[in-house]
Design a protein around this ligand. Structure first.
Ligand code: SAM
Length: 239
């Protein structure tokens, strides 16, 4: 997978290279990450990328020309079939279904806005889709891009140490994850559930599945409305 980001602050994306799963995936080439700065494509002396909004009002708007040229440059490197998205609080809400949707695009270009956002004509003509990471407003699209890139990386083959990790995480199969414990067995009176020390793998799987169902019911009951238990999960509940 090759992801490009159009951003005024390319150095922010370096946070993905700091450590952990994202850094390892980038080092090993499981994901290629490239950035383009619209400031490098301006035609004015001061390298300005923004101007005042028509109709008046506060803030500045990112102009079409530097962003359009940056997008065209990025597409010439990534490929003509690149899917172009604009990070925006007005876009489709990013969730686990969104992860699976975006994984279908081997070449993805993310446009990170700043100021009041980008000129609407760019959205109409150059952008395939808008995506939001939640109903709140950030100062820029870079953090949103990084959130999405991190979530995608977890699903790239060989990105996780234990490949099954992603499939037992919350939201996979429509459930929240079960609780996790590690040493010590007892901590100021708080004990690890005895079943987890039993060595009985079938019983442990059943307990974990019930815990996941219970947590989902308490915290995200809407997930249960769409849940279809697999034959294996139904078997676990009847044992
Ligand atoms: N005036 C815009 C609005 O109200 O829709 C908000 C502009 S915001 C200050 C600047 C940039 O941050 C946006 O262009 C977008 O790229 C990014 N951004 C802000 N909130 C976001 C969110 N929830 N999800 C994705 N990107 C976001």
């Amino acid at each position: 997978m090759h992801i490009g980001v159009i951003t005024l602050f390319p150095q922010m994306l370096d946070a993905l290279r700091c450590g952990g799963i994202t850094a390892r995936a980038l080092e090993r080439g499981l994901l290629q990450l490239s950035t383009w700065n619209p400031r490098d494509f301006t035609h004015n002396k001061h390298r300005r990328v923004d101007d005042r909004p028509y109709g008046g009002g506060p803030g500045m708007v990112m102009q079409v020309q530097p962003l359009r040229t940056a997008i065209q440059m990025a597409i010439s490197v990534l490929g003509q079939d690149t899917h172009v998205i604009y990070l925006s609080p007005q876009g489709r809400r990013f969730d686990q279904n969104g992860v699976q949707t975006l994984l279908n695009y081997p070449r993805l270009l993310m446009v990170a806005g700043r100021y009041e956002g980008i000129d609407e004509r760019l959205i109409e003509q150059d952008i395939d889709e808008e995506w939001s990471i939640g109903d709140y407003v950030l100062s820029g699209g870079e953090l949103a891009a990084m959130v999405i890139i991190d979530a995608l990386i977890r699903w790239l083959p060989q990105a996780l140490g234990h490949q099954e990790s992603a499939t037992t995480d919350s939201f996979y199969n429509g459930l929240l994850d079960h609780p996790h414990y590690t040493r010590p067995e007892e901590l100021a009176g708080q004990k690890v559930p005895a079943i987890l020390l039993s060595g009985n793998h079938a019983q442990i799987a059943r307990w974990r599945h019930k815990q996941a169902l219970g947590k989902t019911w308490r915290r995200c009951p809407q997930l249960l409305e769409q849940l279809e238990l697999t034959a294996e999960q139904q078997q676990l509940l009847t044992e």
